[in-house]
Every structure is written in C-alpha cells, then in structure tokens.
Design a protein around this ligand. Structure first.
Ligand SMILES: C[S@@+](CC[C@H](N)C(=O)[O-])C[C@H]1O[C@@H](n2cnc3c(N)ncnc32)[C@H](O)[C@@H]1O
Length: 803
C-alpha cells in the first residue's frame, strides 16, 4: 500500500527539525491514537503538536521515566498507571440546591417560585484557594487509584503534559518548538500582568485537563514571524533562478510575483543593511543584513513589501490571524518602539524596574556583532505593544524569560529550510540565524545599528509587566490585559472607584477545561453526516439552501451574515426566559442533580427548562474557519473591559464600543465539573470566603435518558475562567442572554454557554445577565447575595441597607 501523504508530510516536517524517521514514526502512531486518528490537530501549524509531543516525551525519557502527576508509569503506553488526583465517587451531604425560577416584571405575584429554574449561579463565602487545595489534596491522598486503559490515552497524554508543565516550573523550558495544541498548562507568556501583581492567593489546586477547542491555532510567536522573514527574504531570489520552493503554504505564484519585483543591489544592502522598521524617533531599527561574500550569485535584495506580504500570508495560515489590519511592518515597528520604551523613559515614568537590572549598554558591549561571527538579533519587547499590533493574540516566546533554553533556529540554506537547535543564553540571542561555517550564505536580523546614548543597545531585558497605573490619588488602576494575551483583544481592568487594584486571583483560560471526571470526548466518528456539512466549502451562510448544520435551528442558520443572532431566534430565546411556562420543562426520571445531593434517596427532579441551541459548523464540516456559522468558536471579537462597579456589586464587565442587538460578547468559560465534583468542591469550601461561579449544563438533560454522573456537567469559573466570570446579575432587563451553542459534539451534555446582547448596548454600559436566582428561596444551602441590580423588576425583596 502506498504510504499516506500525511505520514510523508509528517516525516518531512520532523526531519526538518532534525527528528529521525524512526522517532517520528513511533510518536506519530501514539499521537494518532490520542486523537482517534484525526489528523487535523496533528497537521496544524506544520505538525506542531507532533513536534511538541516528541520533544516533551523525549524530555521525559531523559528524566528516566515517564511520569504522570509525579507517579512513574511504564514508558510505552502509560498503561495501568495509577495517578494522583483520582478521587473515588463522593457521597455525603447534599450539594447545592438549584435556585428556583426567576420572576419577571409583571409576573412578580405569580407562583413562579415553585417552578424550576433554568440555571444556577450561586454565591458562597470563601477564604483562600490554598485551603481548598490542601483539602483537595487530603481527599485525593485517600482515594483509590484507577487503572488506565487505552481509551484513556488522550487524557493520559494531557496528564503527562501536566507533569511536564510542573517540572518546567523547576527547570528552564527546553526544546519547545511552538505552543502546544493541548493547552492544559498554565499559559507560558512571560508577561503575566496578573502574576506580577501582589496577589498572594493564587490557586494551587490540581491543574485541569484541557479540552481541544475547535478554533485552536498556534499562538503568534515573534520568533516564528522572524523566521518567516528570513525565509522569504532569502527565498525570493532563489526562485528567480528557477529553484523550486518547498510547499509550506506560500504558493509558487506568490513567490514568483514577489521575486519579479524590483531588487536593490546587493552592495547597497551590505553597506547599510536593509532597514525594515524603526521606532518612532528612529533610534531603534531592525534591518535585514546578509553576508554577500557567502551569498549565492543570483541573490538580489527583494522588494521588502513583497517579503512582508509573503510573511503575512504565512502568518495568516499558521496563526489564523483574522485581523485584516495585521501587518508585519507594524509588528516590526512595534518591536522597535517597544525596545525603546522598555529600555528608556517609559519604565522610568511608570516607576517600574527592569527584571534584568543590568544596564543594557554594558550588555551590548559584550555582544557586539563581529563581521563574520554568528550574528544575533536582540530586543526587548513590551507585551502590550506587540499584542496591540497582533490584536492581542501575540505570545512572547517563553524562552525570553528563561535561561539556557534551546529552540530551533533557522539557518537559511540555498536549498531551503533547515532547522537546527541553537543554544540560547540569557542576555544572548533571541533569534540567531547564523549557520555552520560550511554553509554558503546567511541572512541575519541585526540590531547592529541600534544606538542608545551612543552605545550599542543589544540586550535581553524583560520589562516588568505590572502595568498598574496609579494616578496621584491612587484611585485609578489599570491592568493591561487580564487575559494575558489569550484573547484576540486585550481585556483591561480598571477601577475608577476605589483602591482595590484588581480582582482576586484566578487563572484566565480562554476555553473550557475538564477538571477531572467529566466525560468530554469527541470522536469524529460519532458525528454523522447529517450532523455536519462535509461537502460545504467557504461560507455556509452564503448558500442558497442552508446546509445540515442549520437543522438544529429549524433549517435556518442562527446567525446573520453580520455575525449577529437572528432576530427571530433571539426573540424566541428571550420569550423562553421571560415566560417559561409557555415552554416545556422536562423532568428527569433519575435527576443527576438530586442524585448528587443524596445518592441513596434522591428527591424528585424539580425540572429543567428545555433550551434552544445554536449549532455551529465544526471540524468535520467542509467550510472555512471564517464561515458565518462559526461565531462562538472564533472567540471574543469585541473590546471588553473589567471595571469596578459603583453600586457595590464588585467587578463587572463592559464593552468599549457600542454593541448591536444579537452580538456575541463572550462565552462562559470555566472548569468542566461533574455535579458530584461541584458538590464536593462546595462542601469543602463552605467555611471559605470566596464566591463560586457554577453554571449547570442542563439544557438538554431531558433528551438523554438517565445520565451518568460523568455526563451531568457544569462549568465552574471560580479558579479557572474567562472574562465572563465578572458578569453581574440583573433581575430584569439584563442586556445579555445566554444561549447554548453546540460545537464539537451533538451530545448536548457538553456544550458552550454563549452570551449575546439582547438589545443594543451603549459603549461603557455594564453588561449584565439574569442568573435566574430565586432570592426568596430561603431553604437554599447557600445564601444569595443582596441584589443591587437596581432594575425596576428586581426580585430581591429583602430589605436592604445599601439600596
Ligand atoms: C460572577 S460574580 C460577578 C463578578 C463579581 N462582581 C466580582 O467582583 O468578581 C458573582 C458575584 O458578583 C456579585 N454580584 C453579581 N451581581 C450582583 C448584583 N446584582 N447585586 C449584588 N452583587 C452582585 C455577587 O457577589 C455574586 O456572587
């Protein structure tokens, strides 16, 4: 049988990184098992997931054994490995009771309190996370280990990665080719504004297991961009001489048209380098230089715009940047400006100190560029500036902040790409494009011409990212990006009200993560042809007859071409909320919620409101990621801000710009827990003084028969969550509504909760949601907060001291 083309491609990509065919074969087999033979996540980003898997598995081997959460496991398949953290099923006190149905204006005197509520959103008083952690630990230590089977490979791989990420905290990261597909670990961004802040209650509990998100793509990495820049700078003239380009996403046509553009003379370039960007006042410059004595005779300096265009195309492909304003030139300018900012006035103004306190001038003297030596490119990058230019999706390479890291450097060879591993020393290279002395030509990003105070300013300096800005009165605080670069737009945090600088610590995650036992497994084989549109192409919304993915919404797509929820659909969803009696509730025969309260003697199901789902296209569909039926999976597309409310509700969120009705704001993201796990968590934390943030995923429990515990799920954003955890409650006329969205799986026990505006929302107006709390339910084990929503139809009729 002829070898599969994908297998060939995988081997080729790995070879380029110096990985032998034997090694590739070994790990590719394992990874295919992990992904149920789904090639899409493996192929993504030129087989990034495979490269990471190999590097990290090899790293583990070097440590002597593969370990899962600290426990040695057999190297081959990690089978039969017990691991810490498995907890036997919990039984004990009853868990949280669901709030009863909300009342609405005009219906306040109805008997709605006796009807069930669609959602649960509860407050509990808690103290530090650390208590939680220690209790969890105690609990785990007495639990029975579980035996692994092959079916657990995916989870196992993720757990293996967890142990890797733990060990990374103790030693520098190494040989990490690019960000992983499986993102269960703590984000590796260097500039971690929240982490830099003086918060001492950082959550310490077990890191949850990641869920692969359909919209995953490699985060933008600056060194990746620079590599592309080298590549195309050199390759344009190569093609001119008739050599064939390797296929890496840039078409021959593109390359040829770039190659045919006007070339400058090589001599000119050598004498001054080719300047590609500079800071505003021109003090910091980036130029491409090459040693013409070694370069091929056909080498001509290409037109820079053509090179930029090629790199941008490459970035669009590799990083799925969908910002039309993305520009390499802008990135490079920001790089220069950030270098200058970081090194000079800006840090002084902010009173921040550079992490590396060595004056850059001294460092530069040490590493001035030698004519024929390995040339290095060094810079200092401020996260905020770079992220701006990439619309918030940039990730500063982790090696910038660590010592002794290896990462593949890009040697340009006449015949195309060759990736080698270059040792990176602190205060040394960021990008080193030098090549072995036997090589014929090289292209270097060189900061030779940078001058600050007359000295060559080459240095690696990581500025403090605690960008809390304090005015004279100490009442205005601003955190640059609470999402730490994980969302397309940065999400600032401001307090114009008091001196509370920032919300209590939590881990920002842009997508849901499995905590432990939740059964989230999406074999593509489970998605039948009727539940996807494999024959579609491009944008499904442009079809004259809607495809199969519109079936869930009655044969019409839920979204308009502008990306808004359709009026009719939104109206229906809102009426379901406003007047739930008109719509059906379902009553489980064996309600998982009641079961989790008392397994032996569960109460009767109180009922769950059937919800209307939107179904988005996904991996098995043939359409493009930009298809109009993929809104939630593309993530936050509006500029949001976390701000301190004046009414006493704590932090809330708002949009910086006006939002039309039906606009997607954000998804409710948190850890995916089973109901028992949530119950356990709450029982353990009843004496603590912290809020919990659970939301049930019960929108379709009725259609499933009897749900097992691991299928009855909820989201908890207490420790891991996104910006949605700051959305405050409003009893009546909230300006957002939550709609269940099916993306990865037609099984509705796991789905996404997406917030859409229920009316036009003005810029800077607080975004609110009706949690569905029954403030009159005095039997509820957790006391509801005193509502300060201020709406005319506020359901909290308790006498208030604050209102
Ligand atoms: C999901 S959090 C919202 C963010 C929260 N304000 C914060 O500072 O982190 C839910 C908590 O916010 C507070 N909250 C939300 N809506 C409120 C309201 N209408 N009135 C008073 N407090 C509210 C309650 O303490 C509630 O438990």
């Amino acid at each position: 049988m002829a070898p599969n083309q994908k297998v060939i491609d995988a081997h080729r990509a790995m070879r380029e990184m110096g990985i032998s065919d034997g090694t590739t074969k070994e790990y590719l087999k394992k990874l295919l098992k992990v992904y149920d033979n789904n090639w899409a996540p493996i192929e993504e980003g030129n087989f990034t997931a495979l490269a990471n898997y190999i590097f990290e598995s090899e790293e583990l081997k070097e440590q002597g054994a593969e370990r899962v959460n600290g426990v040695d496991i057999p190297r081959d398949d990690c089978e039969a490995a017990p691991f810490e953290g498995e907890v036997s099923s919990f039984s004990g006190q009853p868990p949280l009771k669901r709030p009863k149905l909300e009342k609405h204006l005009g219906d306040i005197s109805s008997d709605a309190t006796s009807t069930p509520s669609p959602r649960s959103y509860l407050e509990v008083e808690r103290t530090e996370h650390s208590q939680n952690h220690s209790k969890n630990k105690q609990n785990q230590s007495v639990s029975a280990p579980r035996t692994y089977t092959c079916q657990d490979c995916e989870d196992l791989y993720r757990r293996c990665r967890e142990s890797v990420s733990v060990s990374r905290e103790q030693k520098p990261e190494s040989r990490r080719y690019s960000p992983t597909y499986l993102t269960n670990e703590k984000p590796t961004a260097v500039f971690d504004s929240m982490d830099e802040l003086p918060i001492n209650d950082s959550p310490q509990f077990q890191v949850p297991i990641s869920v692969i998100h359909p919209g995953d793509s490699s985060p933008v990495r600056i060194e990746g961009i620079l590599f592309f820049l080298f590549e195309y700078f050199y390759r344009v003239p190569c093609n001119n001489s008739g050599e064939k380009f390797e296929d890496d996403g840039i078409s021959d046509q593109q390359a040829r048209s770039a190659a045919s553009l006007e070339h400058a003379s090589i001599q000119e370039s050598h004498s001054s380098g080719l300047e590609i960007a500079s800071s505003e006042i021109g003090k910091v410059k980036i130029s491409l230089q090459f040693n013409y004595t070694h370069v091929r005779p056909d080498f001509r300096v290409p037109d820079l715009n053509a090179v930029f265009k090629m790199v941008e195309d490459k970035c669009f492909n590799s990083y799925k940047i969908d910002n039309p304003d993305f520009s390499i030139q802008k990135v490079m300018q920001d790089l220069c400006q950030s270098y200058l900012d970081a090194a000079t006035e800006i840090n002084k103004d902010r009173g921040t100190t550079l992490v590396n306190g060595t004056p850059s001038v001294d460092l530069l003297k040490k590493s001035s560029v030698q004519p024929n030596a390995n040339h290095v490119f060094k810079l200092t990058i401020l996260e905020s500036s770079l992220k701006n230019s990439l619309n918030g999706r940039a990730q500063i390479p982790p090696h910038i902040s660590t010592n002794d890291l290896d990462f593949p450097s890009h040697n340009i060879q006449p015949k195309g790409k060759l990736l080698t591993t270059t040792k990176i020393e602190k205060d040394e290279d960021i990008v080193n494009s030098s090549q072995p002395s036997s090589s014929k030509g090289w292209v270097v990003l060189n900061q030779n011409e940078c001058t600050l105070d007359g000295a060559n300013p080459l240095s690696l300096v990581v500025p403090n990212q605690n960008e809390c800005i304090l005015d004279g009165t100490n009442t205005f605080h601003k955190v640059v990006d609470i999402s730490k670069g994980q969302e397309r737009f940065k999400i600032t945090v401001v307090n114009e009200v008091c001196t509370e600088n920032f919300p209590p610590s939590f881990h920002y995650i842009p997508r849901n993560l499995v905590y432990q036992n939740a059964y989230i497994h999406f074999p593509l084989a489970r998605i039948g042809d009727e539940a996807c549109c494999s024959s579609c192409d491009g944008d499904c919304l442009a079809l004259s007859v809607p495809c199969a993915c519109a079936a869930e919404t009655g044969g019409e797509f839920g979204y308009t071409v502008e990306g808004l929820v359709k009026k009719e659909f939104l109206d229906e969803c809102m009426s379901l909320y406003r007047d739930p009696k008109k719509h059906s509730f379902f009553y489980c025969k064996d309600c998982p919620l009641e079961r989790s309260k008392d397994e032996n003697l569960p109460d009767k199901c109180k009922g769950h409101l059937m919800r209307k789902f939107i179904k988005e296209c996904w991996s098995k569909c043939g359409c493009h990621i930009q298809c109009g039926n993929r809104v939630v999976q593309r993530g936050i597309s509006r500029e949001l801000q976390v701000f301190f409310t004046r009414e006493g509700k704590g932090w809330g969120i708002r949009a910086l710009h006006k939002l039309p009705r039906g606009a997607f704001v954000c998804e409710y993201v948190g850890e995916i827990l089973t109901n028992s796990e949530l119950y356990e968590r709450n029982v353990q934390n009843t004496d603590n003084k912290r809020h919990t943030y659970p939301v049930l995923l019960d929108a379709d429990w009725g259609s499933e028969g009897v749900l097992k515990d691991e299928e009855a799920l909820c989201l908890d954003a207490t420790y891991y969550g996104n910006v949605a955890r700051f959305i405050n409650h409003r009893c009546f006329d909230a300006n957002m509504i939550d709609i269940p969205v099916e993306i990865e799986t037609p099984d509705h026990h796991y789905y996404h909760i997406a917030f859409f505006t229920s009316r036009e929302v003005a810029a800077m107006e607080e975004l609110t949601w009706d949690y569905g709390i029954d403030f009159l339910d005095h039997d509820h084990p957790i006391k509801a907060f005193q509502c300060l929503c201020g709406s005319k139809g506020c359901r909290d009729l308790k006498p208030s001291t604050n209102r």
